[in-house]
Design a protein around this ligand. Structure first.
Ligand code: FAD
Length: 289
């Protein structure tokens, strides 16, 4: 089943994300993580894609496990900047042969030590979207950035290119993490004005430790509001308290989004089924509404 068809159902959809292990040895542990997350009845589980080697092969293996063994919709991420066009085509063919119908098409980080842009690589995600469409009837997701993508100084350009990506065949968008919902509402307004009408899944990252916050900041350059910084200041050095406060903060963001009419939420659960379960427990009655 395609994720876009699921999102059309008039109900609340909550999805989660896992990442593959760095080496093949870690795969069983990630399978166990997906098994726990599946018990929460998510609308789908997405699997991130690392650059090259075992990690990228494992994305397909984990996405297959989710779909075939757990009977939950899976979304396989695929990046293009780190691989040649032929390597990317091989991955698409493999996903198709495994019956994986949903792909999140991404540029990924530009690898160091290779010439980029290069005729032998897709330069932008919209080119990857066009390529995936040649291989079959996939449901294709794309990434978007409520605070703007770091490579692009001007938010209007970022939205113009986002429209180009959606027009190339993106069925739904998932946002980069954000910690101030007003930024998301403002972004939604601007992209709708620009004619982007596909469903947008806000990406919520539960921050459960001070080190995770540092990593998230490095990764996304996101703005942490004062309210969040006060939590970190007060509880950051007490792991159990920070975990509880981070789960509460993410829950609060989700409740505000749902109260304001958002129907679909993607949670960056990052191989922490206990955190995913705690959030779902907090939402148990709310998601029935
Ligand atoms: P693009 O859509 O290609 O955009 C990249 C930049 O190029 C933007 O600044 C955009 O404005 C600009 N641009 C786009 N088109 C044009 C054009 N025609 N002309 C000029 N400029 C243009 N990374 C991973 O490695 N693995 C993952 O699994 C992964 N999952 C992610 C999931 C989500 C939901 C998100 C938000 C990000 C994820 N990332 C992942 C990170 C992502 O790969 C990086 O943020 C990457 O730098 C941009 O990818 P993109 O697909 O958004 O690129």
């Amino acid at each position: 089943m395609k994720i876009i068809d699921r999102l059309k159902e008039d109900k609340i959809h909550i999805s989660f994300e896992v990442f593959p292990p760095k080496t093949d040895e870690g795969i069983e542990k990630v399978f166990a993580t997906t098994d726990e997350i599946a018990k929460l009845h998510p609308s789908f589980i997405s699997v991130t894609y690392g650059a090259g080697g075992g990690t990228s092969k494992n994305t397909a293996r984990i996405a297959s496990h989710i779909k075939d063994d757990l009977h939950v919709l899976s979304l396989a991420h695929l990046t293009c900047a780190s691989s040649t066009k032929d390597e990317v085509r091989e991955v698409i063919r493999n996903l198709k042969s495994l019956g994986i119908e949903n792909i999140l098409a991404l540029r990924g980080d530009i690898p160091s030590g290779v010439s980029f842009p290069d005729a032998d690589r897709f330069r932008y995600a919209y080119e990857l979207v066009g390529e995936i469409k040649k291989y079959g009837d996939f449901c294709i997701g794309g990434a978007c950035y409520p605070e703007g993508h770091v490579d692009n100084e001007h938010k209007e350009d970022d939205i113009r290119y986002l429209k180009q990506k959606v027009d190339a065949g993106v069925d739904f968008l998932t946002t980069q993490m954000f910690f101030d919902n007003d930024i998301h509402y403002n972004f939604l307004y601007r992209i709708r004005e620009a004619g982007i009408t596909v469903p947008v899944l806000p990406g919520i990252m539960p921050i459960t430790s001070a080190s995770q916050m540092k990593k998230s900041l490095e990764l996304s350059g996101t703005v942490f509001p004062r309210r969040f910084l006060a939590i970190l200041d007060r509880f950051g050095s007490t792991p159990a308290a920070m975990r509880q406060a981070g789960i509460a903060y993410a829950t609060d963001q989700i409740i505000d989004l749902l109260a304001n009419g958002v129907k679909n939420i993607h949670i960056y659960s990052m191989n922490k089924p206990d955190v995913a379960a705690a959030i779902m427990k907090n939402l148990s009655e709310i998601i029935k509404c």
